[in-house]
Design a protein around this ligand. Sequence first.
Ligand SMILES: Nc1ncnc2c1ncn2[C@@H]1O[C@H](COP(=O)(O)OP(=O)(O)OP(=O)(O)O)[C@@H](O)[C@H]1O
Ligand SMILES: [Mg+2]
Length: 264
Amino acid sequence: MSALTVEKVWKEYGDQIVLEDVSITVEPRAFVALVGASGSGKTTFLRLLLGQETPTRGKILLDGVPLPPEPGPDRGVVYQRYSVFPHLTVLGNVLLGMEMSGSRHAARLFGKRRAAAVAEAREMLAQVGLDHVEQKYPAQLSGGMQQRLALAQALVMKPRVLLLDEPFGALDPGIRAEIHALMRRLWHEHPMTVVMVTHDMAEAFTLATRVVAFERRRDRPEEKLRYGASITRDIPIWPPRRAGLPSLIRPGRDGPALAIPQSE
Ligand SMILES: Nc1ncnc2c1ncn2[C@@H]1O[C@H](COP(=O)(O)OP(=O)(O)OP(=O)(O)O)[C@@H](O)[C@H]1O
Ligand SMILES: [Mg+2]
């Protein structure tokens, strides 16, 4: 069964058609990169997948079931900036989601459940290389570290789908290469499907299993509002990459040690 099925989805805001007749099927564990000009509706599409917006027409299924009309723990999200809470420590940021879902009223966990959550949060921080800064606040971290924290915060909730909106777009090239390696490793190790918006073609082809382009078929100024964007290209990466290949991950390396080498 496919992880995500988007069927003939339209999104309109008032008179403006943003997305027009978008259909796509995404197989489980895929890593889809979405590219397209500014304003072509990429963020709008992610917001639909997140459940922050509902389609004007059409439907979206997650694992064959209609998507609930609100965000939930099965979908994680990381934005270019401001995904983490500035007034919580690094550890507090990773714990927050578990606290909110584990205790409906107080948003706090106690005793053994808290200890288990802290252990899980620490393990997640170690995976993204932030275990040495757990008591710092986001403002005390570099941009790259903040994005690692945002990934940890999303992944600790074990989402089935991870949605990324230009998550590495604000980072320097050197840092970006490092975080690409981390992202690839996380995708291999966590049983999730990834949909990532990016402006960076090299990034799309470095990480994805499939690159999908959003474009308006008619884009003259007087046509801008009346025609939405749809999928105009859908390019599978060759040779195919597959998530979760033999998982003998060497720390600091960017993929499974025993992965098919030509897929990386
Ligand atoms: N809540 C909203 N209300 C009205 N119009 C909106 C809303 N959200 C998005 N739009 C419009 O939808 C269009 C697509 O916006 P969107 O942010 O999805 O584009 P994008 O492809 O993510 O662009 P960028 O690459 O610059 O991030 C824009 O014209 C925007 O003004
Ligand atoms: Mg956007």
